[in-house]
Design a protein around this ligand. Structure first.
Ligand code: SF4
Length: 384
């Protein structure tokens, strides 16, 4: 099948019912267990090594009607929290055997507790990621947290996960992330040959299938994409920041590019591309995973790291990609993104880098306003 058709096929599935393919996979693998991973980052290797399938539970998209979850959360809570609850309350994720949440923000923390209370048959796990990255005890702490998790997962699956099976899983996910880094590098170098929607669709499929299958798809896609030779359009080159958790509708991403931007880098689905280099497979693999969170992970609005300034990372990305501007695309009511925006804005203004702030909700249907704002921003830069 041509790469364009493959991407169109996955795009349609993502827009219609993103989790339908997971339900189909479960139907054809009834003995396999599935564990959902709420954003941002989950150590998927632990789930995979225990013989189960980790899948991304990233909200309900803009076709899901919120009819029940509103009664459990205040109106000023982000959409992904409500739609993720709605998915369970309307039995759309009955294929899950477990789900894992993390200490990313108060709404996500509360969502984990609401799940635990309302769905007692589901194994609900919660990871307390370290808040202090510089303490000499941090790696020991996270290693212990991961061992606790691995123990729960082997109990859930009934399979034994020894060091060798964990090393095998780490190698597989290293390969998947290496290919995703290649995909991102290709778009940054030749954005005229690979749109952000295509990049997004190829990345998001990683959250819905076994990594071994996704690696095959990505390998084939990269080979085909490298043959493209399109002429660059007259667009401004930007880095996009702020969509690390709730995901914007595909039409909105598409609209940003159509309005005159080449997006050279973004933080969509950042948890599935979380490491800047391979996780080492020598030594204790659980410790290696924990150490990699501290030493090899990307910055994010929900990772607390006093060793480095997030705003400096953003400036570095602008410099490394050669972008001319930044688009901050933040989920409505996302406190971590809003807090970061204050710092990003200050740093961008000081560095003389133009930026545009946009807010989105996963349930958005109308994109005219955002598109007009981007067009005005682009024109102000092109004809300055
Ligand atoms: S979108 Fe923001 S506020 Fe909502 S769960 Fe994610 S990090 Fe928390």
């Amino acid at each position: 099948m041509k790469i364009e058709n493959t991407i169109a096929d996955y795009r349609e599935a993502l827009e219609e019912a993103p989790l339908e393919r997971v339900a189909q996979w479960k139907a054809s693998h009834p003995d396999k267990k599935i564990v959902g991973c709420y954003p941002v980052y989950s150590p998927v290797e632990l789930i995979h090594a225990a013989g189960m399938l980790p899948v991304g539970i990233l909200g309900g998209g803009n076709r899901l009607e919120i009819a029940h979850a509103d009664s459990r959360f205040q109106s000023f809570v982000c959409s992904i929290v409500k739609s993720t609850l709605e998915l369970a309350m309307t039995d759309r994720i009955g294929f899950l055997d477990g789900i894992v949440f993390h200490s990313i923000c108060d709404p996500a923390r509360n969502l984990g507790s609401v799940y635990k209370r309302n769905f007692p048959k589901l194994m609900v796990e919660y990871i307390h990621f370290p808040q202090n990255m510089t303490s000499p005890h941090t790696v020991n702490y996270l290693t212990a947290e991961y061992r606790r998790l691995l123990e729960s997962y082997t109990q859930l699956s009934g399979a034994k996960a020894d060091d060798e099976s964990l090393r095998r899983s780490i190698r597989i996910y290293n390969e998947q992330r290496r290919l995703l880094r290649e995909l991102y590098a290709l778009r940054a170098a030749q954005p005229q040959n690979l749109s952000t929607v295509e990049t997004y669709v190829l990345t998001r499929t990683a959250t819905l299938m076994p990594p071994e299958e996704h690696i095959a798809i990505l390998t084939e896609a990269l080979a085909a994409l490298r043959l493209r030779d399109e002429k660059p359009k007259d667009r401004i080159r930007v880095v996009l920041e702020g969509s690390f958790c709730e995901q914007p509708p595909l039409e909105l991403i598409e609209g940003l590019e159509a309005a005159g931007c080449y997006i050279l880098d973004d933080d969509f689905l950042t948890g599935w591309r979380f490491f800047t280099e391979d996780i080492p497979v020598d030594g204790d693999p659980v410790r290696s995973l924990a150490e990699s969170y501290i030493k090899r992970s990307v910055y994010s609005g929900v990772k607390h790291d006093t060793r480095e300034r997030k705003s400096q990372h953003l400036l570095d990305r602008v410099k490394e990609t050669g972008a001319a501007a930044v688009v901050i695309l933040a989920a409505k009511f996302c406190e971590p993104a809003l807090f970061d925006y204050a710092l990003y804005r200050q740093a961008l203004e000081k560095a003389g880098i133009p930026h545009l702030y946009l807010e989105f909700e996963e349930k958005m249907w109308i994109f005219d306003k955002s598109r007009t704002e981007v067009e005005t921003f682009v024109e102000s830069m092109l004809f300055d």
